[in-house]
Write a protein that binds this ligand. Sequence first.
Ligand SMILES: Nc1ncnc2c1ncn2[C@@H]1O[C@H](COP(=O)(O)OP(=O)(O)O)[C@@H](O)[C@H]1O
Ligand SMILES: [Mg+2]
Length: 290
Amino acid sequence: MSHPSPWFESPDDAARRLAEHGYLADPATATTAYLAGALEKPLLVEGPAGVGKTELAKAVARVTGAELVRLQCYEGLDEARALYEWNYKKQLLRIQATGEQSWEQTHDDIFTEEFLLTRPLLTAIRREQPTVLLVDEVDKTDVEVEGLLLEVLSDFQVTIPELGTVEAVRRPYVVLTSNATRELSEAVKRRCLYLHLEYPDAEREREIVTGQVPDLDTRVAEQLVAAVGRLRDLDLKKSPSIAESVDWARTLVALEIGELDEKAIADTLGVVLKHASDQDKAVRELKLRS
Ligand SMILES: Nc1ncnc2c1ncn2[C@@H]1O[C@H](COP(=O)(O)OP(=O)(O)O)[C@@H](O)[C@H]1O
Ligand SMILES: [Mg+2]
């Protein structure tokens, strides 16, 4: 494992290079992103939807030129989808084609590389080039998958009974994200660096929005960010995320709205709030008139 580190040289280096690639990190995020690479520790990023958890992993890959390998978690995800499985169909075909051969010989034939289907975890471990492994939305899987992750993340090796142990040639940069719909196990947390992401402050959000929608008028950008902040202060089913701020900005540009007043907010509310009850509440509590 004597590769030069492809990751970041310092927290400042992380902040600067991430920003150059469109990801505006606050100091805590930049520091943790640096440490994850320097210490070769997986990074667990937790926080509400749309605050930039997944995007952070993608940005690290973009910045460093590493390949992004993504394991999207969901209920029912199993080892065969996360790690590897044997290509049964192909094995069957080979068995049918072997004829007289002894079973031992056939067995040795069909449990080889050629019949192995590698899934994201194994793929990431075996790659020789720099890799960012994104394990997205871990809280959506069952606890068994957490056990599997734990094994992989503690030793960076995988044992395939028929083939032997595969050890990482170089450790991937690992990012796990969670919306915290359930608590992850203490064991997983112990293995990881932890970053809690929240909605950015007004200034950072304005930079993110104008970075992605350069045509947005400066004053409208300020009004938009302020309005989003007021909406987030309400007790809503689903608070507007950064992605929705950006969508709203695009909408305002498309509609050529030069002043985000109460009427303009009310008219475009559907871009930011996706529940009827949330819209009603916003209209009522912010006293919007359309
Ligand atoms: N710090 C940031 N800098 C630039 N864009 C960001 C940042 N955080 C979030 N975004 C934007 O918000 C969108 C949603 O972020 P995403 O990472 O998908 O959210 P989640 O936290 O749900 O994974 C991204 O596609 C990106 O455009
Ligand atoms: Mg995400």
